[in-house]
Design a protein around this ligand. Sequence first.
Ligand code: AMP
Ligand code: MG
Length: 408
Amino acid sequence: MPESPYPLILVEEALAIIEREVQLTPIITLSFDQALGLVLAEDIFADEPMPPFTAASVDGFAVIAADGPGSRRIVGDQMAGYVAGMQVEPGTAARVTTGAPIPPGADTMIMVEQTEEKNGHVNILAHDLQPGANIRPIGQDIETGQLVLPRGIVLAAAELGLLGTVGKTTVTVYRRPKVAVMSTGDEIVEPHEQPNPGQIRDANRFTLMAAVRQAGAEPIDLGIVRDKANSLEVTIERGLAKADALLTSGGVSMGQLDLVKPYLASRGTVHFGRVNTKPGKPVTFATVNGKPCFAMPGFPVSALVSFEIFVRPALLKMAGHTRIYRPREQAVLAHRVSHTAARTEFQRVVLTRQADGVLVASTTGFQGSGRLLSMVGANGLIVLPHGQDDFEAGTVVEAMILGPVQME
Ligand code: AMP
Ligand code: MG
C-alpha cells in the first residue's frame, strides 16, 4: 500500500489552518438594494432624526389635551406628505392622518374611533386625554448622529430598510467571494447525458455550486474535467484567473489518476492533504497566489460534508463574517449509532425538538459516502469524536445545526 505523503491532521487543526490562510475579499461600493446578505465594511450614521417631524401615529384629530372631552370646531385637514400650515387653538381640532405632521398648538391625537363628527365639529368621546398620546416625537426612533449600523453587520431585511431610511443609497461591503467549481473524473458525464457503461452523472458540481450560493458566495461553473494532467491544469488555471477561490471534487485519493494534489503542490502550498475525518479523509487545502483551493473527495456525501465542515467557514470569513461556524448543541441519540473510533465522524441526522426542550437526533439511514440521499432532509450533523466506539441510544452527543429545527 503506498503511503500518502500528507500527515493525517485533526479537524480542529485543519480549521485553524484555513482560518489563518484565508483573506477578506476586496471592499466594494454597491447600491444598497444589491447588498442583501453582504457584510458592511463601514459604520452607518444617521444625518437626520427619525421621525424628522412630530408625527401622528394614528388617524384622528389633533387637539389640546387640557380642553378635555367634548365638542370642538374642526379647523382643517392635515394629511400625510406636506405641511398644511394650520394652528390648533383651544377649542379646536385638526383632522390628521397617520404619518402627518402634528399642527402647531395641538399636543395629543385622538383616534378617529373615539370621536364623532357632525357639522364641522368633532365630539371627543375619550375621557382621559394625555399630552403626547399617539404622537411620535422628533428622533423617537433614530437620533441625529446615531450609529444605526456598525461595520461587520450582515445586511438583512431590516438593515436594508434602515439604509433606505437614512438615505444611504450606496454602501461599502465585502465583495461576494467568487468560487470556481469543477468536477473531475473520466467517468463523470453531464446530467442530461445518458451514461455509457462505466460512467455516472455529475452530482458534485451541483451540490457544491448550490452550497457555495447558500454560503453567500458566487459560483463559477468550470464544468467536468477529465483525469488528464493537461486538462486539469488548464481548467484549474482558468478558475484561479477568474475566481477568489477554487473548489474541486474527485481526484484526491491515492489512485494513480488522482492528479489534483500534485498540481496544487506544484503551483502553491498544500497546507494539508488528509484530515482525520469521516467522511472526507483526503480533503485537501492549498493556496496558490494567496487564493484558497479546496479539493473535495469525489464521493458525493464526502464532497458536501467536507464543504460544510471546511469550505463554508472559509467563504464566510472571506466575505467578512465573524460568526463563521454552525451553532452546535447537545442532542440525544434516538437509536444506537455505530462509529469507527479511529476518526471524527460527521453523521447526517434529522434533529427535532421535544416539548421539554431536548434535541433529538435520528439518523437519515445508511451513511455511505456515496449515498447523497443521506443528506436529503438532514438538518444536522452529529459529531462522533475519534477515540470512542459505538454510541448507545440515549447518549448525548454534539450536533452541528445546519437548518431549522422543528418541534416534535
Ligand atoms: P475520487 O475521489 O475521484 O476517487 O472519486 C470517488 C468516488 O466518487 C468515485 O466512485 C467517483 O465515481 C465518485 N465521484 C467522483 N466525482 C463525482 C461527481 N462529480 N459526481 C458523482 N460522483 C462522483
Ligand atoms: Mg476520480
